[in-house]
Design a protein around this ligand. Structure first.
Ligand SMILES: [Zn+2]
Length: 317
């Protein structure tokens, strides 16, 4: 089961307690997974569609609670072996459909004419409880969230840019949530990339078990990231070490290869040069012990630096 479907499964088990929240969730569902069906003779119905059987059961449950009707669920097997079934939850009663569309702010009355609006009705977003249910409805209808072991991405796609902008504002009303909108084909995608914000979204929608799982995966991923950074750092250290030893050998060769420079250099620098060439693989610690008499690591380091400085003095004829 994908992480998205786990989250949807968890949210599907929650039925809003208050009427206001139920209406808000239905608005989210209708906006993201709903369509208006002409039934002939000026009558209409609404349907909600999903590829998740548990979401379909949830849609049927809250539709029937909100309308006191008995919506039917139709299953369509799409052609092809790997395509998922689709479930369509249909509310056929024209009166019930019409009042639901009005209540959810989808159909408005203007100059005696019924119009389908694209904006989210402000009455659905006054209170936090309703905003949570609205977002849960949207997510159940057209949301996805990436498995936190693979990355951080949360999105809800809608068909209209005005609606996408409204949804972004609704999300922005929750503390620290900053969603973005991008166009993808004929869809407008409201998305979040930050791990903390995605975690908060799971909590907002009531997916608490998924939130815990998300946090656990995120912690493991960050620990792995730290381990990777540490080993990269080791790699960088080794790289730097090899480069500095190469430089020391080049300096030693140039110093000893030039008699006037060699004779002008202090004996300790000449000794450092000889040791460096003889023991190219020796660490600083090992090299320190090879001096006669042995010296400390920091003294060996100073002598190597001095040797390099002597080698870089420009020689007159
Ligand atoms: Zn409410």
């Amino acid at each position: 089961m994908s992480f998205s479907s786990e989250v949807k499964n968890e949210i599907s088990r929650i039925t809003p307690e208050k009427r206001c929240c139920m209406t808000a969730e239905l608005a989210g569902l209708l906006r993201s997974a709903g369509s208006i069906r002409p039934e002939g003779e000026g009558r209409l119905g609404v349907s909600l569609s999903t590829s998740y059987p548990f979401v379909a059961r949830h849609m049927k449950r809250i539709l029937s609670e909100a309308t006191r009707e008995n919506p039917m669920v139709y299953t369509t097997k799409a052609p092809g072996r790997y395509t998922k079934n689709r479930y369509e939850v249909r509310l056929d009663s024209s009166d019930a459909a019409m009042s639901l569309l009005r209540e959810t702010g989808i159909v408005t009355q203007e100059d005696g004419l019924a119009r389908i609006g694209t904006a989210i009705d402000p009455s659905l977003t006054h209170t936090k409880c309703c905003r949570k249910s609205l977002v849960a409805g949207f997510f159940l209808g057209s949301g996805t969230v990436t498995n936190p072991e693979r990355g951080y991405h949360f999105e809800i796609s809608v068909r209209d840019d005005v609606l996408a902008g409204d949804l972004r504002r609704v999300l922005g009303a929750f503390t620290d949530i900053k969603a973005q909108v991008v166009r993808r084909g004929d869809k407008f995608v409201v998305y979040i990339k930050q791990a903390e914000q995605i975690r908060d979204m799971l909590g907002i929608m009531g997916a608490h078990a998924s939130l815990l799982k998300f946090e656990e995966s995120r912690m493991m991923r960050e620990l792995r990231g730290q381990a990777n950074r540490l080993s990269n750092l080791d790699g960088a250290n080794i790289g730097r070490l090899v480069a500095s030893v190469k430089k020391q050998i080049a300096a030693a060769e140039s110093l000893l290869g030039n008699p006037s420079a060699a004779s002008g250099a202090p004996p300790r620098a000449r000794e450092a040069a000889k040791l460096r060439i003889r023991y190219p693989e020796a660490s600083l610690n090992e090299l320190a012990k090879l001096f006669d008499p042995p010296v400390s690591k920091s003294t060996a380091y100073k002598r190597l630096r001095e040797m390099e400085a002597q080698a870089s003095i420009p020689q007159s004829e």
